[in-house]
Design a binder for this molecule. Sequence first.
Ligand code: CMP
Length: 139
Amino acid sequence: PKLDLGLEPTKLVAKVPFFTKIGAHRISEIASMLMPRLVVPGERIINRGEPGTAMYFISSGAVEATTKYQPVRLGSGDFFGELALLTQEPRSATVTAISYCQLLVLQLDDFNRITSAHPYLQERITEVAGKRLDLDMLI
Ligand code: CMP
């Protein structure tokens, strides 16, 4: 039998509640655009100030986003790296793994494809991004 490391994108996508809401039949379509990436504790995933080329969904584990003002912890089911893609500004924070994390990476052109094909995803991502921007401005 095939060795199952739990890395099959469809299974990982199913762990992100955000995706399950859009319906099972679309999950495989989306899974085909997501690249699994395992990161180790302490690994830097995003460097503040760099241009953004991808966003990330956390299927397990936790990361810390070090914004200019305060660190924010994100975990299973959360996503990050969306701001630079939406605003076309440099990365607003450095994001570091604080445990082993199984991530799903969505490259910029697939991000554009997914968000135009699935308005629900576009709205959810924009809503969360808006709150983060407000928070980063306020603090
Ligand atoms: P981006 O700016 O592309 O890269 C750094 C990421 O850190 C950013 O996207 C967000 O996903 C995340 N981030 C920045 N500020 C916050 C915040 N206040 N709360 C949660 N996540 C944040």
